[in-house]
Unconditional design. Structure first.
Length: 105
């Protein structure tokens, strides 16, 4: 397999997945290099927001506003909404969600 060079960009590009337990960050540097970080989604003793903290760590930025011009794009998704009630879905709620009838007893 041959490595394909990734074209250089003007700034960092971030893809962030905020989950219920962890927030995953993938970042592409302007030179094409990829970096990853994994942080606890909720860690108030260390940081207010895992996504912002992950961007800070990749950029090596301290507290305060992020330096202008370093970030070209941030794309973020989440898997938190499904479990926002604080408990795992039950078999009954799964059947209702998927609209499938219960198994015969």
């Amino acid at each position: 397999m041959t490595a394909v060079p990734i074209p250089a960009r003007d700034g960092w590009r971030f893809w962030i997945d905020r989950g219920g337990t962890f927030t995953d960050i993938v970042a592409r540097a302007p030179d094409g290099r990829l970096e990853t970080r994994k942080l606890l989604s909720d860690n108030p003793e260390q940081y207010a927001d895992a996504a912002v903290e992950g961007v800070r760590r990749v950029l090596g930025a301290g507290p305060g506003p992020l330096p202008e011009g370093l970030v070209e794009a941030i794309r973020m998704g989440t898997t938190v909404a499904r479990s926002a009630s604080g408990s795992a879905p039950t078999e009954r709620s799964n059947r209702r969600w998927m609209r499938t009838p219960p198994a015969p007893t």
